[in-house]
Ligand binder design. Structure first.
Ligand code: SR1
Ligand code: MG
Length: 413
């Protein structure tokens, strides 16, 4: 974009004061606005802009990966896909994403609702705070966005048009293809890991079946366009108060398998669980139990909501009522089969995400904030070894109860 210029806290007010969507909320006295750059993610600039009349968030893409610097260029057009993802998520699960006030494609910026007093869920999990109905919210969100973005709900033509639109987003999925599915399993240039993990890592990287399955799942991720996924659904992409929850940052949105988001999210809850011994004192066991209850609740809500939508909103090209209900036939077994496939895929995506957050480029604060590596390494090792089991022994895990039991076993090692 020839006209693109990255905003700074100094230039933002002057540049945005001409926008009605902004002045409507902040007033026109731009000199009195307070601007703070708060981006702590890996890619973008994020500003909170406040006046005595209101507040907004301004998110702007940078032409490179912020975490790495300008040696890794990244197209600005990702803001366009984030904007379109947000509009679809708002339609598919109303009230779960921030409201968009303005989108400027040339400047790769989105002006949106400032969520306050919400904070990033990951920091709440590290601090040992609970969020009411977190699992139910996440399960419903994953089920609604998955179902309503698929041909179970959409017409074949609408779905194909949308897959075509998102197919223009090339470099962002490529990040996931490399960092998530490939780099953890060899000594990739940008990798880093806790030194004490070497023996466990050698075991993983020498496991040909594990590497094969990671590539099988990469094939699914890259080629199976079942639904529009958030694409980066972790506890850093959720903001919450004790009782209000929103999903943010869908710039990694693409069409991908139905089980991708819930699998990645489950991994992030499991990593929160495994890291807790370094963050908690006497309340450790109770808080770990609560995290596991979030996973259970997430999966039971996902299944209940998916079945509900199956029965009430199945209007797309797949499993049409004309083949089942209209013929007096039950489609329950067909729904069971779709859910079973989602479960299997999700477990494998989950295991791979558990690996990449300890082995590849972008780690998470749950483990990274444990400064003493002799404390961190054994906790990461539990996480890595359970991840391998999820990828390799998927068939042995029938339901969320079995998943939780497995997590408890690894946590006791
Ligand atoms: C270079 S980007 C690294 C990671 O940050 C994003 O949040 C995604 O998780 C991506 O994999
Ligand atoms: Mg993000």
């Amino acid at each position: 974009n020839a006209n693109y210029t990255a905003l700074t806290p100094e230039t933002l007010s002057t540049r945005l004061v001409a926008l009605p969507a902004v002045t409507e909320r902040l007033g026109t006295d731009a000199e009195s606005w307070q601007v703070k750059e708060v981006g702590d993610g890996n890619l973008n600039l994020v500003f909170i802009v406040q006046s005595d009349q209101g507040s907004i968030i301004v998110k702007q893409a940078l032409p490179y990966v912020r975490l790495v610097g300008d040696s890794w260029p990244l197209p600005l057009y990702r803001a366009y896909f984030e904007y379109h993802a947000l509009t679809r998520q708002a339609a598919r699960d109303p009230g779960t994403v921030p409201e968009i006030y303005h989108f400027d494609e040339d400047q790769a910026l989105i002006v949106m609702e400032f969520l306050s007093p919400h904070v990033i869920l990951r920091s709440k999990l590290i601090a040992g705070e609970k969020v009411d109905d977190l699992g139910a919210f996440c399960g419903k969100y994953c089920a609604r966005t998955a179902f309503r973005g698929s041909e179970l709900s959409m017409t074949s033509a609408d779905k194909k048009a949308d897959v075509g639109l998102f197919a223009g987003n090339v470099e962002i999925p490529a990040i996931t293809e490399g960092l998530v599915f490939t780099d953890p399993y060899f000594e990739a240039e940008l990798n880093n890991h806790t030194p004490e993990l070497e023996p466990v890592i050698n075991e993983l990287r020498n496991n040909i079946e594990l590497k094969r399955m990671a590539q099988v799942m990469l094939t699914k991720f890259a080629s199976n366009t079942e639904t529009m996924v958030h694409g980066d659904l972790h506890s850093g992409s959720i903001m919450a108060t004790q009782s209000e929850i929103r999903v943010i940052d869908p710039e990694f949105a693409q069409y991908a398998p139905l089980g991708f988001d819930i699998g990645m999210l489950t991994a992030n809850y499991l990593m929160a669980y495994f890291s807790q011994p370094a963050h908690r004192g006497t309340d450790l066991e109770a808080y770990q139990d609560w995290i596991l209850s979030v996973i259970t609740e997430c999966w039971s809500s996902f299944e209940a909501e998916f079945r509900h939508l199956w029965n009430t909103e199945r209007t797309g090209m797949l499993f049409p009522k004309s083949l089942f209900e209209d013929q007096g036939h039950s489609s329950e077994t067909a729904c069971d089969g779709v859910l079973a496939d989602i479960w299997q895929d999700a477990l494998r995506f989950c295991g791979i995400e558990m690996h990449r957050r300890c082995l590849s480029l972008a780690h998470n604060a749950d483990f990274e904030t444990i400064e003493d590596t002799t404390v961190r390494a054994p906790l990461e090792a539990r996480n890595l070894q359970m991840g391998a089991e999820l990828v390799l022994k998927t068939d042995t895990l029938k339901d969320a109860k079995a998943l939780i039991a497995l997590a408890r076993t690894f946590n006791a090692r």
